[in-house]
Design a protein around this ligand. Structure first.
Ligand SMILES: Cc1cc2nc3c(=O)[nH]c(=O)nc-3n(C[C@H](O)[C@H](O)[C@H](O)COP(=O)(O)OP(=O)(O)OC[C@H]3O[C@@H](n4cnc5c(N)ncnc54)[C@H](O)[C@@H]3O)c2cc1C
Length: 417
């Protein structure tokens, strides 16, 4: 691209596009409406906990290729930590049973033949029920596409895919689940090592990206909300950007990467269809050091909690597809979650530690088959306007990996032919 590329939105999609363009020597200006970058993947100081926390606990996997490449380029790969193995600890709060699923490293899933590595109460043949997801059509939900035996469903498939899709498998897209399986479970345990930004999302994904952009001479403008885009009368290109003080003309060779949430994109681009249903995520944080030997994350079965993350001085819970919890009082919900955490992690239930509850109502678009059909591609009918964001047609659910890939793709489409 000979001209300047205006990247609008400094979430991970926008940051990925800006980093890729800047590393190729393009002139980049990144415009972000908020006072800080990161979008739905950010850290902030919480007064109640007197600590920097993330807007939500984020898990990525070693098989997330765009994530690995992004953190390598911005120099933050070492900040992602994990057990170094594909290990997932679980507790069933009803029976108090505990187990750890341990995937074998290679492509051949030896672990399903090992009683100590697979889910207790399951047979190796139960796992074959996942296979139809790999060839599911666009209209099927996960539960339409597969006949999963109840124990495997309850103890692994439901908690895993509720987190992956942020939608219950009963409504979640089988095709999106299949895409995730292809790149993780089917690629072997080496692609499934859990990785956590243990010093915070900012440290792993945002601050180093901004430092990289600064070093490459890119301009980053915070609190610079785009109010409107102006389109050329001949329909060929975007010709201006309005930041609230009138249209600013773009040069013939300038381009725009629009990396904003779907509702904002729909308001800026005429005729654009985008996902318009969302699902919530609830995070609860408790200021208490994890007990010795506590796994970095624990899947919870038969509880309101889904996953418990152990940070240095905090136990933190994620609940996906959490729309049913949006109306409950903060105190009652925090109390319920804390009682589960105390049992799962075997720490005293009283007194309840200092806590914080964060409810992200529009955490992700709803990963249903119907919403998947509303995801647009990268290119638009205007030659210098590209779309990016986890909600564009990446084939993946709304994840860090999807957001980064969408940004990379937008940058690649702007390459001179
Ligand atoms: C609580 C929670 C937990 C999650 N957990 C996981 C997880 O465990 N693993 C995982 O992979 N993913 C997870 N995700 C999803 C992941 O965070 C998102 O997929 C990713 O951050 C989306 O990035 P994005 O750039 O597409 O969108 P966004 O982060 O929404 O970025 C859009 C940016 O555009 C800016 N903007 C909006 N309007 C304008 C405007 N008019 N002008 C300029 N800028 C504008 C916004 O301020 C924002 O910074 C989670 C998300 C949430 C909310």
């Amino acid at each position: 691209m000979a001209g300047t590329v205006h990247v609008i939105g400094a979430g991970l999609a926008g940051l990925a596009a800006a980093v890729r363009l800047a590393s190729r020597g393009a002139a980049v200006v990144l415009h972000e409406a908020a006072p800080q970058a990161g979008g739905r993947c950010r850290s902030y100081f919480d007064r109640q906990l007197n600590a920097v926390i993330d807007n939500g606990n984020h898990l990525v996997l070693s098989g997330n290729t765009a994530m690995r490449e992004f953190t390598r380029v911005i120099g933050s790969e070492h900040t992602l930590t994990g057990p170094g193995r594909a290990e997932f600890a679980f507790v069933d709060l009803e029976s108090d049973e505990r187990w750890t699923v341990r995937l074998s490293e290679g492509r051949l899933p030896w672990w399903i033949f090992d009683r100590r590595a697979r889910v207790p109460g399951t047979k190796w043949s139960d796992y074959l029920s996942l296979a139809p997801l790999l060839r599911a059509g666009p209209e099927a939900t996960m539960t339409d596409a597969m006949r999963c035996p109840p124990t495997l469903y309850k103890r692994l498939i439901h908690p895993l895919f509720l987190a992956v899709l942020n939608a219950d498998p009963a409504e979640g897209s089988a095709q999106m689940a299949g895409a995730v399986i292809r790149e993780t479970l089917a690629a072997g345990g080496k692609a499934c090592h859990p990785l956590i930004a243990s010093d915070g999302l900012d440290v792993s994904f945002v601050t180093p990206a901004l430092a990289f952009l600064d070093a490459k001479g890119a301009q980053v403008l915070m609190q610079h909300r785009v109010r409107a885009l102006g389109y050329a009368a001949d329909g060929s290109r975007v010709e201006s950007i309005d930041f609230g003080d009138g249209p600013q003309a773009l040069g013939e060779d300038d381009a725009v990467v629009l990396a904003v949430p779907p509702n904002v994109a729909a308001s800026l681009v005429p005729g654009l269809t985008t996902p318009d249903e969302y699902r919530a995520i609830v995070n609860a944080h408790f200021q208490v050091p994890p007990p010795p030997g506590c796994p970095p994350m624990i899947g919870v079965v038969n509880g309101v909690s889904d996953w418990i993350f152990a940070f240095e001085n905090r136990l933190s819970v994620t609940i996906s597809g959490a729309d049913h919890l949006l109306d409950e009082s903060r105190e009652s919900l925090a109390q319920r979650i804390w009682e589960e955490v105390a049992r799962a992690c075997r720490v005293p239930a009283t007194p309840m530690p200092v806590w914080q509850l964060v409810r992200e109502k529009r955490a992700t678009f709803a990963a249903t088959p119907a919403q998947d059909t509303r995801r647009p591609g990268t290119k638009t009918r205007w030659r210098n306007l590209m779309l990016a964001g986890d909600w564009t047609a990446t084939g993946l659910p709304a994840t860090i990996e999807g957001a980064l890939r969408s940004g990379n793709r937008a940058a690649d489409e702007l390459r001179p032919a």
